[in-house]
Design a protein around this ligand. Sequence first.
Ligand code: ZN
Length: 418
Amino acid sequence: MDKIPVKNLDKLPKTAGVYFFYAKKDLIYIGKAINIKDRVKNHFHQPSYRDNLFIDKVTKIDFIETNSEIEALVLEANLIKKHLPKFNVVWRDDKNYFYVAIDHNQNGIPYVFITHQIHKSKTLHIKSSAIGPFVEGNAIKKVLKFLRKVFPFYTSKNHPKQKCTWCHLDLCPGPNPDIKDYKNNLKKLSLILQGKRKSVLSSLKKEMHNLSKEKNFEEAGKIRDKIFALERVMEHTKVISNEITHAKWLKTQEELREILDFDSKISRIECYDISNIHGKNATGSMIVFEDGNPVKSQYKKFRIKMKNEPNDIAMLKEVLQRRFSHEDWTLPEVILIDGGIAQLNIAINTINKPKNVRVISIAKGKQELFIEGKKNQIPLKELRQDVYNLVKHLDDEAHRFAVTYHKSLRKKSLGLNN
Ligand SMILES: [Zn+2]
């Protein structure tokens, strides 16, 4: 297909993919989008500081459609590497790019990490192969997280002798993996990140057939599950840009206010998680969303101070009291806590909590939402979709933050750096 002249932006597709900006014959910029047409129009109509460096040079646009944003992300990285377009490369030394690196420990066991410092690794003679450059750090982190479910991997040099936090989440190969299998898995992960999804899928299918020929149905079944999981991950259309837009937030907020019988505007929501793994290092964490999006700079951690036998309810009470004693912190309209009616009541009765802060709690066992001032809890599945998504996002993010903090505390208490 011919390239599209700048005056015909409406001819661009509204699908996910990668787009190319040309200045006459020169390819000067590559980008990716969930919606190529909207994204390209954005470059022209609301140019960023960076767009202004080249947007008036663009004469023609080309594109490749992909089935998902993940594919687009991977394709973008590989095409930038191949073509080094001028206005992608300009930013290269700014450490703006992310690479997925696979390195080996002293026993030759590989682990995976994200780095800006591809050149530095080279000068240090670390045997690492870096895949990239990926433009968006958060996006590649998310993709790796999804892929880690399919191909579990280590993220640090040495694994403890016991199972780690990630082991329990099935994201880590465990203390004593079959090294050959593990390396094989990492090879596939690396191929996927290089845009070779199809060859990975077909090699998995071959392995599955061979195993069932040998009547090894258990292993064949495991590979089949991997194939399904991988296909699901790769088809995921909205894993990356799940940022809530203003319009979307207005709608979600309306639905939330309806459920809560809340008259005023809702912007700030805080979500609390108490984690007490192994009975030591009990911590509370607070995450903050504004207009539906996480504001990580405002996340807080509370090391539980109570000396007595800790229990979840008492810890929650301590954390909330400490939180509301900070008069300089912006007050939320809503707080979400983990638990049932007991936790809800403790939160409502927190001695220094302003009356107009509404409390809701999520009881995960029963998958229900308890709401301050409402007699009956609501099954999560009966929530409107946007509110459901918001509650899940808050809860997942709180849990993620709590687990990472817990890990770093454990490391500190073991005398390791983080
Ligand atoms: Zn582990």
